[in-house]
Design a protein around this ligand. Structure first.
Ligand SMILES: [Fe+2]
Length: 297
């Protein structure tokens, strides 16, 4: 599974930690990374680079090409940010791990992307609970070069601050989860990945596109807002945009009436398929059924 920056997880996981500064940022301390830490980056980077051609969307690929990301070392956030800022106004700031919701949203609302300063241990290549530098930088930053994603995530930060006050953060967090983290998009030659949680995971890059188990369903805002998600395993359903421009429309949507409607509807579990869904792939559900059977024994 992928560590992913979700609204609720930020608050829960960060509950007992002491803030290092008012906005939770720290110095990246780039020169302090060990050779072993750079080697972990290299392993992850090279593995994903082999998997992503023909799987990642065009915008991810071009963002990746234009950023000063090297295969053999953890990127320096300052150098990375100088290129990113010229393109989309975003900068990457280092944080020790998960940060409280309001801090996270405030950063996003000001086009600062908080990235975990640490890198996972070599025995955690495929699983970690908190987003590290590989998930946050490799997964998210190439898409932040794209003006649509740049605007969408800023709007998400602004919307997050409001949703928190209105008590509807769980609804908004589902939108982030099924787009920014686990989104798929239809491109001219087939389905492609744009979600950071997928694109930074070797196993889910393949599972999300090629496995017969998950559902792949056309993205509809209210449908997604009603749908719970899994934080500890592959998704049971992926939601597919017709194109990335849909995110721009979402960034300019007033969510208040949508929250009101969604709150009157029953919540859906991750594997549900509705008669009203535009189903691209009806999943067999085999992967998660096997997991559930295993858990019972
Ligand atoms: Fe993330």
């Amino acid at each position: 599974m992928n560590a992913s920056a979700t609204a609720d997880k930020h608050g829960l996981a960060a509950g007992n930690a002491q803030p290092p500064s008012a906005d939770w940022t720290i110095d990246q301390g780039w020169s302090n990374y060990s050779a072993a830490e750079h080697a972990t980056w290299k392993t992850l980077f090279e593995r994903q680079s082999r998997l992503l051609p023909g799987r990642a969307c065009d915008e991810f690929v071009s963002g990746m090409k234009e950023l000063p990301l090297r295969h053999d070392e953890i990127p320096n956030f300052e150098q990375l940010s100088d290129v990113l800022e010229k393109r989309s106004g975003w900068r990457v700031v280092a944080v020790p791990g998960l940060v409280p919701d309001e801090v996270f949203f405030d950063h996003l609302a000001h086009r600062r992307f908080p990235a975990g300063q640490f890198i996972r241990r070599p025995d955690q290549l495929d699983y970690l609970e908190e987003p590290d530098v590989f998930h946050d930088v490799f997964g998210h930053v190439p898409m932040l070069m794209h003006p649509v994603m740049a605007e969408f995530i800023q709007a998400y930060g602004q919307g997050g601050l409001r949703a928190r006050q209105e008590g509807v953060l769980d609804l908004l967090a589902r939108v982030y989860w099924y787009t920014v983290e686990f989104g798929l998009v239809q491109q001219r030659d087939g389905l492609r990945i744009y979600g950071a949680g997928i694109v930074s995971s070797a196993t889910e890059s393949v599972f999300s596109l090629e496995d017969a188990s998950p559902n792949r369903i056309g993205f509809v805002l209210e449908r997604v807002m009603r749908t719970r998600y899994r934080i500890d395993d592959f998704q049971e359903s992926y939601f597919v945009l017709d194109n990335l421009e849909q995110l721009l429309a979402l960034a300019h949507t007033d969510f208040d009436p949508v929250y009101a409607r969604v709150q009157r509807e029953p919540t859906l579990v991750p594997g549900d398929v509705l008669p009203t869904d535009r189903v691209l792939t009806r999943g067999s559900g085999r992967y998660h059924a096997a997991k559930r059977a295993q858990e019972k024994t």
